[in-house]
Ligand binder design. Structure first.
Ligand SMILES: CC(C)(COP(=O)(O)OP(=O)(O)OC[C@H]1O[C@@H](n2cnc3c(N)ncnc32)[C@H](O)[C@@H]1OP(=O)(O)O)[C@@H](O)C(=O)NCCC(=O)NCCS
Length: 149
């Protein structure tokens, strides 16, 4: 079952995300960021343990971002990533948001869900204002992808 995140999930979500961040394959998240944005997050739990998460973050009028998609290594290739993306896209539709973007090191994986490569510069300035706080700025190797719902 994919469900919305709860307060008690946060530390496990951080361990999952930051484990991959240490391998340099996604961005680390602080506890503060996770607590403040908990309502963005979907999780997949197994026997009370968080084994996957993904967030839908509203950016602007008619625009949201999918962030922090992570599935524990042991549970890869079972369709959990797909379920988490579907939950985020369904939520965007329910909110009346028609454009969803991502910044990712894995464009090939996400293109199968209908995301298409776009120029970073086509995203609103507001998003780039947030990038200044990223430790990787300005040498961002992430690909920008957009899906129109
Ligand atoms: C990217 C990531 C979230 C994908 O999660 P996942 O749960 O393994 O994703 P899925 O199961 O939906 O799909 C993965 C693969 O398994 C395949 N698959 C899905 N269900 C399957 C099943 N029942 N049997 C066999 N293969 C299956 C998919 O077709 C897909 O094939 P691929 O090898 O061509 O990619 C995961 O690899 C991850 O957490 N990576 C580290 C963090 C990361 O890079 N996050 C992206 C943010 S930039």
């Amino acid at each position: 079952m994919i469900r919305k995140a709860r307060i008690g999930d946060i530390k496990q979500m951080q361990a999952l995300i930051n484990g991959f961040a240490r391998q340099d394959i996604m961005l680390a998240r602080s506890l503060n960021e996770l607590y403040e944005n908990i309502r963005d997050f979907w999780v997949k739990a197994d026997k009370g343990k968080v084994i996957g998460c993904a967030a839908l973050h509203i950016s602007w009028d008619n625009l949201a971002e999918i962030k922090s998609v992570a599935v524990a290594q042991k549970f890869h290739k079972k369709g959990i990533g797909k379920e988490l993306i579907a939950a985020c896209l369904d939520e965007a539709l329910q909110l009346g948001i028609k454009k969803v973007f991502m910044l990712t090191y894995k464009p090939k994986y996400f293109k199968r869900f209908g995301f298409k490569k776009i120029a970073h510069s086509s995203l609103p300035h507001k998003i780039w204002a947030e990038c200044i706080h990223c430790p990787k700025f300005p040498d961002c190797k992430e690909t920008a992808l957009l899906k129109i719902l």
